[in-house]
Write a protein that binds this ligand. Structure first.
Ligand SMILES: Cc1cc2nc3c(=O)[nH]c(=O)nc-3n(C[C@H](O)[C@H](O)[C@H](O)COP(=O)(O)OP(=O)(O)OC[C@H]3O[C@@H](n4cnc5c(N)ncnc54)[C@H](O)[C@@H]3O)c2cc1C
Length: 627
């Protein structure tokens, strides 16, 4: 196969939105409204197909952030207080509050667009937790994408699907656009824009997953988010925040089925192999994390920690007592056999529907293993760590807050703009504002979208593109093909070659080193300075070998760049854990050389990178707004 030739497509726009997941859809929907009024052009690029892209691709069974403030249910202040507790005191309440005060209108739009929200007879949404409402959401992303695309096209905008964004383009310290390539055709896309939104999700497959050869690719987080947001914003020079706050979800083992509905809706309990409730027997083990140990609800990482301790003690597996939960719910019908049978049937179908709506693999696993949840418990365990800024994790980019709420330390001019002029973030990409989930990410996209139109109007000049920079990136797209052609006939197979490394081999090396040295599941999420230093050394060598990564087709080229982006995500994580000399989130990772929480470190440890200066740690104050 000769080295492919690529056509270059150049696109000029006012606003460029990179990533059309929930936040990207919110941004295009809102920006389209303001753009249409002001003659502003919007272009959207996504590596996948918008209808089923991002973490909501497979559907969801609950919207995890809905206030119903008008209905008197929840307040934005209470939400900001809740996230403060869940993040053990490291959070941007201005960002959280800003989303909370606007999120209801987004949820009402979803319902208007056809999303069924479960309601009580009196019309109140059925809640599966304090902030969650149940939905029939298999087609959630399609509905949201359809309405957002319509708004975009009505405003004269353009959508480029299957375009993988690899790098930001810069004009000095201002963002000037982005470069990417088509994952289906030999085309390189050069986007020139006045303002750019990076919301390309979080990252998965940085750490070795529990399922390797036999189930490669199976993870809780959908496999297609690879650290693009962190990479893109870092390379543009933007400050990162909370890059140490990974997320370790406790889920049904092996197929990662959600536990939320079981704990919150079915009121199930989980116990260890000895049938002890680790939440009670271990209560004293988290006293060192006061005042967060008594915080209601208990921070997710502390809940994890108690179960992890039992597993370390050999008391695993942890078991979700689904059978007891269903029996307890059916109990009050026990004297009426007909009603009892019907209730059991309803509960059984709700249990399966929860998985069929969002994690079909779990339903497959239960079916394959003859699991009847009404008869037997199922194993749960902590997954490998992920980077996701919208869940009970907060890694992402440091962004400006709303002018009316954010203290001056948290303002950089435009709401959701990063420390780089013209570069905005939302959703998983925006750090320190967790628990926004699908509805909050869409809402944050709307906030950023409106703000970006303002920026485009007030900074109405097109930045210059640096031709040399564009050529360098084009060269990086071609090089993996050239290297492969040059060396492919060295041996009897092109899979093993001393002159190059395949993306798959590179990925395994990255995952192994992160798992073993940066606190993955195989080391029970523990690490220390010596291990982290080794991780840094191994990352350096990996990057060196990464210069010799090859691609045999466009798909492998995408895998190659995904790995490169994951590596930067990994490095910013390791560097930030090294800088944070304490253990603040023991259920996400424990630094065993600094095993307790240090009140002096109740601050943000931000990280940034520049070609000239390398990596730099920047301290930012943690300011509590809602006590
Ligand atoms: C397993 C799981 C379960 C969840 N369950 C719930 C739930 O029950 N309820 C709830 O409300 N929320 C839930 N969430 C949260 C919700 O899915 C996220 O908050 C939301 O999707 C984040 O939006 P986003 O736009 O930041 O990222 P995403 O929606 O993931 O979108 C990212 C987009 O970026 C694109 N992209 C990535 N890299 C590139 C690149 N290099 N170039 C171009 N495009 C790129 C992707 O294709 C995708 O379209 C869950 C999340 C996960 C991972």
């Amino acid at each position: 196969m000769p080295v492919p030739t690529f056509e270059t497509v150049e696109i000029t726009t006012d606003i460029l939105i990179c990533g059309a997941g929930m936040a990207g859809c919110g941004a295009m929907f809102e920006a389209a409204y303001w753009a249409k009024k002001n003659g502003v052009k919007i272009v959207v690029a996504d590596k996948a197909a918008t209808d089923r892209s991002g973490a909501v691709a497979q559907g969801l069974s609950a919207i995890n952030m809905y206030m119903n403030t008008a209905g008197g249910e929840r307040t934005p202040e209470a939400f900001a207080q809740m996230v403060y507790g869940d993040m053990m005191g490291i959070v941007r309440q201005d960002l959280a509050y800003d989303i909370a005060r606007h999120v209801d209108s987004s949820v009402h739009l979803f319902e208007k667009w056809g999303l069924p929200i479960w309601r009580e007879a009196d019309g109140k949404p059925i809640r599966s937790g304090a902030w969650q409402v149940m939905i029939s959401g298999e087609s959630y992303k399609i509905l949201v994408a359809e309405a957002s695309k319509k708004a975009l096209f009505d405003a004269g905008g353009e959508l480029y699907e299957r375009v993988f964004i690899i790098e930001p383009l810069m004009d000095g310290d201002r963002i000037a656009g982005a470069i990417g390539f088509s994952t289906r055709e030999n085309k390189i896309y050069v986007f020139r824009a006045k303002v750019v939104l990076a919301n390309m999700g979080g990252a998965v497959h940085v750490f070795r997953p529990r399922s390797t050869g036999e189930g490669l690719g199976r993870t809780w987080y959908p496999p297609f988010q690879t650290g693009s947001s962190t990479y893109f914003t870092l390379r543009a020079g933007a400050e990162q925040c909370c890059q140490e706050i990974r997320f370790v979800p406790v889920r049904f083992k092996d197929a990662y089925g959600p536990v939320g509905a079981w704990f919150l809706l079915f009121k199930s309990t989980a116990t260890n192999a000895l049938d002890e409730s680790y939440m009670q027997t271990r209560a004293d083990d988290i006293k060192g994390w006061a005042p967060f140990d008594t915080f209601k609800p208990m921070p997710a990482n502390l809940r994890n920690y108690l179960g992890i301790l039992d597993e370390i003690d050999g008391k695993g597996p942890l078991l979700m007592r689904t059978n007891r939960a269903i029996a307890a719910l059916a109990e009050k019908y026990k004297d009426d056999p007909k009603a009892f049978k019907k209730k059991m049937k309803d509960l059984e179908s709700e249990a399966w529907e929860d998985f069929l709506d969002m994690t079909i693999g779990q339903a497959n696993l239960w079916a394959a293993q003859n699991v009847r949840p009404e008869q037997v418990p199922s194993e749960i365990t902590g997954a490998e760590p992920y980077f996701i800024g919208s869940h009970s994790g907060a890694s992402g980019t440091w962004a400006s807050g709303p002018a009316d709420i954010a203290p001056p330390e948290y303002q950089m001019g435009y709401n959701r703009m990063t420390t780089v002029k013209g570069l905005f973030v939302a959703g998983d990409a925006c750090g320190a504002s967790p628990h926004k989930f699908s509805s909050g990410s869409f809402t944050e996209g709307r906030i950023a979208g409106k703000s970006m139109v303002k920026f485009a109007l007030e900074n109405n000049t097109l930045p210059n593109l640096d031709a040399a920079q564009v050529e360098e990136f084009k060269g990086r797209i071609l090089k993996p093909f050239e290297l492969y052609e040059q060396h492919k006939d060295y041996g009897t197979t092109d899979e093993v070659n001393p002159n190059y490394i395949l993306p798959r081999q590179y990925l395994f090396r990255l995952q192994k080193l992160m798992d073993e040295y940066a606190g993955g599941w195989s080391s029970s999420f523990t690490t220390n300075k010596t291990k982290l230093d080794i991780a840094m050394q191994l990352l350096d060598w990996l990057k060196e070998d990464g210069e010799k990564m090859v691609a045999r087709n466009l798909h492998e080229l995408m895998r190659l760049f995904e790995n490169q982006q994951r590596t930067w995500q990994a490095e910013s994580h390791v560097r930030t854990i090294l800088a944070r000399e304490e253990t603040r989130w023991p259920g996400y990772y424990a630094r065993k050389d600094t095993p307790t929480m240090n009140p002096d470190l109740q601050k943000f440890i931000n990280m940034k990178w520049s070609a000239a200066g390398g990596w730099e740690v920047v301290d930012r104050p943690m300011i509590t707004i809602f006590k």
